[in-house]
Design a protein around this ligand. Structure first.
Ligand code: FES
Length: 172
């Protein structure tokens, strides 16, 4: 498992609209099952794309794991998100190979075009922007991922064309 300390996470202060019964089912399924909190949080995130704030109270109530503990784990690991993410997560590589190939220009172009910063989601819930370490395809630098697709050898124009194509596809 990739483990990276989470240093840039804003906690949601209000509860959000989710299917509580789906959340309850996941948590109750884990009653009496050993294996820990991380797989449970992963299952919750798989269901909702993030860990809704209600999850921490329910985990406390159903599994006797204090909110402070589950919240502590969720905020520590970068893999866990505490806010809803867009349909597509755009991961912009900030690794060395991409950095020297002007990855910051790619980031600036996307950020300006979509009007969001790293960690934010567009109002239409289509895109979330993330800065990540090496994507493992340095020969394609500067590289990004949009959803499950990897794109490389980009410049600030080509990356915006790709995003426009996705927007156009999604608007049909
Ligand atoms: S440094 Fe960007 S893919 Fe490796």
């Amino acid at each position: 498992m990739h483990i990276e300390k989470n240093t840039n996470k804003n906690l949601q202060s209000t509860e959000c609209q989710i299917d509580i019964s789906a959340l309850e089912t996941i948590i109750k399924d884990c009653k009496g099952v050993s294996g820990g909190l991380i797989p449970l949080l992963q299952r919750i995130q798989d269901q909702f794309t993030f860990i809704p704030p209600q999850a921490f109270k329910l985990i406390d109530k159903e599994l006797n794991i204090p909110e402070s503990e589950s919240l502590g784990v969720a905020t520590f690991y970068t893999q866990f998100k505490l806010n809803p993410t867009g349909k597509y997560t755009i991961k912009i590589c900030k690794g060395t190979a991409c950095h020297v190939q002007n990855a910051s220009k790619i980031f600036d172009a996307i950020s300006e075009y979509l009007q969001i910063k790293a960690g934010e989601t567009t109002d239409d819930q289509l895109f979330t922007l993330e800065l990540v370490s090496c994507l493992g395809c340095c020969s394609l630098a500067p590289a990004i991922m949009i959803g499950e697709e990897t794109y490389g050898k980009l410049d600030d124009r080509s990356v915006i064309s790709i995003i426009k194509e996705i927007q156009s596809r999604e608007s049909k």
